[in-house]
Write a protein that binds this ligand. Structure first.
Ligand code: FAD
Length: 580
């Protein structure tokens, strides 16, 4: 596997142009996000990721996480790298200063994860999941819970998990059956006894952090059926004493680890709560409002899964470029010089390389545009908040699809050497494959786009986005046409289509919409580079943007047929006929 070189210049361009960090730094809350500090963070975490996380990527894949006597162990080196990460303060970038964080924009926390995840995606799920737990407690925890848990979660001394999934409750979270019984007396009076099994819990057990703070969804006695009867609980691995020291172990355990296609260094745990009836947790927020509380942080968690698309695409592209410059095969077709050349000289390999670069830069542009809108939303700008809500399913679904496509192209560029494991190209593809599945499958993201998101702002917000892109991109014919198509599909779905028809066209529409927004944001990058921003990208940016606008945008326009085709054909055959 090739080393990781952080794409600092492209990241800084996206952070400036698409997230608009300089504008954010003009607000009181983010005044300290000045240019020098932003550059220091982006370059610093890039170097850290390359030096500490990247060398463990291959080892993590080969050796994986192991469950030994109830404890999950990681290969040598992971503990030291995690300690260095905590000591250098990378975990605390965007958390509020009141809990020991640096209070910087979410945009910069995304950059920390982008660099770490490109270096080592499986490892980076550990800090990524902690972000979710921090946000849930920050928004819904009581002052006492915040004081007890947040400082150590923010520093990274403790880690966090999210426990939604159960054997019968995957996409349908409302079907979960774990229970929480009030404790009436004794030292835990006022708390709850949690019982149930959760599956697929990322970093549910490990020994890198001193304590693990599980956020668990469960049902109170007599709670309504379905998603209206779910409550959120904080359940520490070790009880925490009033003075902050650790008490005895709680009644919870990792029963087993899943054997997976990829991200082998990320322990995916089957967790059992309350085998002995003594698993104690505290209610977070109001009874029966747990799903709403989880959704507050799921938005940002989905952004960070979309971010994984950019991460793995970047890493796979770097690996493929190195190979394509090295591997010599055949003379260039039509050349008088018959000596063999590096494969990067052949037109089809060039096509793949440029596609990989253009797609990666497109997802990055969309990522930071979305992150910047989240930051503006946090500053109280309602329109930005709405915009970010529209962008989340686009980024999560298309970004992760791109991760799979680009890492697949990476294998293709390696030829047979991509299919055998030695080069590491196959690992990127294997690792990439989870991202379209977890944190709400991409099908669920697309459904969210054509239902809840389409209704935002009285049904105007989605249409208005594409109408404004069509106006701004008037000089880019293909992009303007795609934007108009997106607006017309959105109008049809909003005004005329049945729910079945909308859902049947949701995935093609989601891809069209994402490519459209990414193309628009890349156009802005190209303008900024032409005006002198990022001189190191002056040669490459116009080419990758042209490739995106001329080749990827028209492909997305071709998806309109599927977006408006409706559901009739999908149900022309009964399920038995499809099987038989
Ligand atoms: C490696 C890994 C790590 C994970 N980490 C965590 C974690 O930390 N915490 C946690 O709680 N969970 C975690 N998960 C669970 C993950 O979020 C779920 O796997 C995911 O939400 C899908 O649920 P499912 O696997 O039950 O698939 P299903 O819900 O059974 O879906 C199967 C297929 O049917 C489709 N489908 C289902 N319902 C609908 C519908 N209504 N409309 C259209 N299509 C539908 C889906 O899109 C999918 O294609 C993890 C999973 C994995 C594999």
């Amino acid at each position: 596997m090739t080393p990781f070189t952080p794409p600092t210049a492209d990241q800084l361009l996206a952070i400036r142009v698409n997230a608009g960090i300089d504008e954010l730094a003009q607000t009181e809350r983010f005044a300290h996000a000045e240019s020098d500090l932003v550059e220091a963070i982006v370059a610093g975490v890039g170097q850290f990721a390359a030096g500490e996380f990247a060398p463990l990527n291959r080892k993590g894949d080969l050796e994986g996480a192991k469950l030994e006597n109830g404890v999950v162990r990681l290969p040598d080196g992971f503990g030291a790298a995690y300690r260095a990460y905590v000591e250098q303060g990378w975990n605390a970038i965007a958390s509020p200063a009141a809990h020991g964080g640096q209070g910087l924009p979410f945009t910069l926390a995304c950059n920390v994860l982008e660099n770490l995840g490109a270096a080592n995606m499986a490892f980076t799920l550990l800090p990524m999941l902690s972000v979710g737990a921090i946000e849930a407690l920050e928004h819904h925890g009581s002052p006492a819970q915040q004081a007890m848990y947040l400082p150590n979660l923010v520093s990274g001394k403790w880690s966090g998990t999210m426990n939604l999934t159960e054997p019968a409750a995957g996409s349908d979270v409302g079907a979960l059956r774990s229970t929480a019984e009030p404790v009436e007396s004794g030292e835990h009076a006022g708390k709850y006894r949690i019982t149930g099994q959760k599956i697929y819990i990322t970093w549910g057990e490990h020994d890198l952090a001193e304590n693990i703070i599980h956020l668990v969804l469960a049902r109170l006695p007599g709670a309504p059926e379905g998603s209206r009867g779910i409550s959120l609980f904080v359940v520490p691995k070790y009880h925490v004493n009033a003075d902050g020291s650790l008490g005895p172990k709680n009644d919870l355990r990792c029963v087993s680890l899943e054997h997976k296609l990829g991200i082998n260094a990320s322990p995916t745990c089957v967790m059992s709560y309350g085998d002995n009836g003594e698993c104690i947790g505290e209610l977070v927020g109001a009874p029966n409002k747990g799903l709403a509380a989880m959704f507050t942080m799921m938005n940002n968690a989905r952004i960070n899964v979309g971010n994984q698309g950019a991460q793995i695409a970047e890493r796979a592209t770097q690996q493929a470029l190195a190979y394509a410059r090295d591997r010599v095969q055949s003379a260039r077709a039509g050349s008088p010089d018959k000596s063999p050349v590096a494969i990067i000289e052949h037109p089809d390999v060039r096509r793949m390389i440029l596609r990989m670069k253009a797609l990666t830069e497109g997802v990055r542009a969309l990522l930071y545009y979305c992150a910047g809108q989240v930051d503006r939303g946090n500053l109280g700008e309602e329109a930005a908040k709405t915009r970010s809500e529209i962008l989340v399913p686009l980024l999560k679904a298309w970004g992760t699809d791109v991760g799979v496509e680009v890492s697949g192209l990476g294998i293709q560029i390696h030829g047979g050497m991509g299919f055998v494991e030695e080069t590491g190209a196959a690992q990127h593809w294997r690792d990439s494959r989870i991202a379209p599945i977890y944190e709400g499958t991409n099908g669920i993201q697309a459904a969210d786009l054509v239902t809840r998101k389409l209704g935002l702002d009285g049904g105007e917000a989605v249409v208005a986005l594409f109408e404004s892109i069509a106006r701004e991109a008037a000089d880019e014919y293909a992009l303007a046409a795609l934007a108009m198509d997106c607006a017309s599909v959105a109008r049809w779905m909003r005004d005329d289509a049945s729910l079945d028809d909308r859902l049947a066209g949701s995935v093609p529409f989601c891809t069209m919409a994402a490519v459209c927004v990414a193309g628009w944001q890349l156009m802005k990058q190209r303008e900024a580079v032409a005006a002198g921003a990022a001189p190191e990208l002056a040669a490459t940016k116009p080419v990758t943007v042209r490739f995106f606008l001329d080749r990827i945008v028209p492909e997305a326009a071709g998806l309109k047929a599927g977006a408006v085709a409706g559901a009739d054909l999908l149900y022309a055959l009964p399920a038995e006929a499809l099987v038989g």
